[in-house]
Ligand binder design. Structure first.
Ligand code: ADP
Length: 385
């Protein structure tokens, strides 16, 4: 390892002169052993002379960064391998260690000279002479595999949490669907029967409209329940081609009665046809619009902006409001997270299940000017763009 280091200004960098046994045979054995251990652990040694500004690497460090062994390397060039964030964090720790004569350890994301991404663990220790920091040295170890394994465990854990919450949500929705189907059927048949009975009597038009609305909305609620139940059973919705803008306009009417203080601004880029479950998509839009209007209660300006645009094979729907924005500490799309006194916190979680079950994605952004929800659905082939 030691022969290949850059030789600078005719002086042996001190990495060569670590305390090796004085007997040349022992020293060779020692080096061999060092080489093997270093290779086994993917760990290398580095040193920086703070007075001469000279950097030295062992062969293992050259290999780690995929730089030809022995090539002269400056500290400035070396830190270019570190990703921006890691570099800033490392520089702060280094400055602190030099100041105090201390040590530190940090995991750093690097891009090697050949463009490969790796994770390394860097340890450093500062040596002082008469209270002055003169040398900083340590190890660099390839921990890419360990990091990958950690990422995988994290991913599996989050998937498990996600699956568990979906299962919990599924059973809540299935119970609701089961329990509510009976009273909903009753509402429909009483509303229909009463309307039929009152046909012979002259009743005021608003009362007749009211009865009709009770019937229509109870039927709609029953439809939502049935589809939700089917989706939970089958894991997906009932896909059909439909015009997204029409469904969004209907969602506005269902979510906000005309008497509400909220004003709407609709901007539909085109009449896009999507392939998804129409009733479920309407449910998603209604939930987002209702949340927006509830969030704006008490605000002076209450405006909801709804737009669609096309991006690749998808149509993206944006629903933005002029409310206070999203609470920072909430896992919006996880069940049972709600900031409302009577909120169940499952609306957005159901929205995510629906959108993903229909081949799309949902996400949210928060700004000082309000909250913005977006979801995208697959565009039907050949639909106008
Ligand atoms: P719920 O409405 O029952 O609380 P949701 O899952 O629909 O359940 O919403 C979860 C939470 O997300 C709400 O309690 C609220 O805190 C937050 N939220 C959703 N939409 C908005 C919005 N437009 N502005 C601010 N907060 C919102």
């Amino acid at each position: 390892m030691f022969e290949n280091k850059p030789q600078s200004a005719g002086k042996q960098p001190s990495l060569c002169s670590c305390s090796l046994p004085s007997d040349p045979k022992d020293a060779t054995d020692y080096r061999k052993m060092y080489e093997r251990v270093s290779k086994m652990a993917s760990i290398g040694v580095w040193e920086f002379d703070l007075l001469r500004h000279e950097l030295s690497w062992s062969d293992a460090v050259y290999d780690l960064f995929e730089v030809p062994r022995g090539k002269a390397i400056t500290r400035c060039a070396a830190v270019q391998f570190y990703s921006g964030e890691s570099r800033i964090e490392m520089e702060a720790l280094r400055a602190q260690a030099i100041e105090s004569g201390g040590s530190f350890s940090i995991d750093i994301k690097v891009t090697t000279a050949l463009g490969n991404l790796r994770w390394i663990n860097l340890t450093a220790d500062v040596e002082q002479e008469n209270g002055i920091s003169v040398r900083i040295f340590g190890t660099k170890q390839d921990i890419t595999e360990r990091k990958r394994a950690q990422e995988q465990v994290k991913h599996l854990q989050s998937e498990r949490t996600h699956t568990a919450s979906r299962a919990a949500m599924g059973s809540i929705a299935a119970t609701l669907a089961h329990e509510l189907s009976q009273p909903l059927a009753c509402i429909v048949s009483y509303a229909t029967g009463t309307a039929e009975y009152l046909k012979s009597v002259q009743i005021p038009a608003p009362a007749a409209i009211g009865l009709r609305e009770i019937e229509v909305n109870a039927l709609r609620a029953g439809d939502v329940m049935r589809r939700m139940r089917r989706m939970i059973e089958k894991g997906r919705g009932n896909s059909e081609p439909f015009d997204l803008t029409t469904v969004l306009k209907d969602a506005v009417i269902v979510a906000c009665p005309p008497s509400a203080k909220v004003s709407f601004k609709l901007q539909f880029g085109h009449s896009g046809t999507v392939a998804a479950d129409r009733v479920q998509v309407m449910q998603v839009a209604v939930n987002i619009i209702r949340n927006a209007s509830e969030a704006m209660e008490g605000s002076r300006d209450q405006e909801i902006f709804i737009a669609t645009h096309e991006e690749g094979d998808f149509i993206i729907v944006t629903i933005a409001d002029t409310g206070p924005g999203l609470p920072a500490d909430l896992n919006l799309f996880e069940p049972v997270d709600s900031s409302k006194a009577g909120g169940m916190g499952i609306g957005l979680s159901i929205c995510r299940t629906i959108v993903e079950g229909n081949g799309g994605k949902i996400w949210a952004l928060s700004a000082a000017s309000g909250a913005q929800f977006c979801f995208k659905l697959p565009k039907l082939d050949g639909s106008p763009g």
